[in-house]
Design a protein around this ligand. Structure first.
Ligand code: AR6
Length: 178
């Protein structure tokens, strides 16, 4: 369902959508990269929400996802997911990355999220090769949208020019193959 997928270059904390996805770590206590940017923009209420979740459930396993309130971000919710650390592709990374996307989408569906924005999960500090990760992102999101009415719109938010070009190419390929 590529017509429900959009690609944009920019900062995910500025996205005016119903929910954004955070590329978190299992502790859900913040970190660098997009996680750091989201916590900075959201303010301490986001960390409090994460702590409330971990106090009850412990840590978030790789490939799983958790939804919280969004502090002062201009969105209703943040979906925190934990992508895999790249270890050469031999540690089930592809399946775990697909799980991170799928479980985020499922939480969006369960919470009636109409529009959702993803960063390129695992491709920064976690070292996943960007092209392989982008292919998994597209395939997983497309398959999910095929089967479900929500989220109605999914944005891939690319932080850099290189990532933006890559995602645009994959989007165009999908549109042509339909
Ligand atoms: N908006 C959109 N994308 C961004 C932004 C932003 N503001 N900032 C960075 N990116 P990373 P990971 C891109 O490292 O690889 C944290 O410490 C970035 O260019 O944020 O999943 C967590 O706590 C890259 O393409 O996440 C974990 O410990 C993508 O977001 C660990 O890093 C993901 O890069 C997770 O590593």
């Amino acid at each position: 369902m590529p017509h429900r997928i959009r690609v944009v270059q920019g900062d995910i904390t500025r996205m005016q959508v119903d929910a954004i996805v955070n590329a978190a770590n299992s502790s859900l206590l913040g970190g660098g990269g997009v996680d750091g940017a989201i916590h900075r923009a959201a303010g301490p209420a986001l960390l409090d929400a994460c702590k409330a979740w971990t106090a009850v459930h412990g840590s978030c396993a790789t490939g799983e996802a958790v939804i919280t309130a969004a502090g002062r971000l201009p969105v209703q919710a943040v979906i925190h997911t934990v992508g895999p650390v790249w270890r050469g592709g031999t540690q089930d990374e592809a399946r775990l990355l697909a799980n991170a996307y799928r479980n985020s989408l499922q939480l969006a569906l369960d919470n009636h999220i109409g529009s959702l924005a993803f960063p390129a999960i695992s491709t920064g500090i976690y070292g996943y090769p960007p092209q392989q990760a982008a292919q998994i992102a597209f395939a997983t999101v497309s398959a999910f949208l095929q089967d479900h009415p929500l989220p109605e719109r999914v944005w891939f938010v690319c932080f850099g020019e290189e990532s933006f070009v890559l995602y645009q190419k994959l989007l165009a390929e999908q549109q042509h193959s339909e």
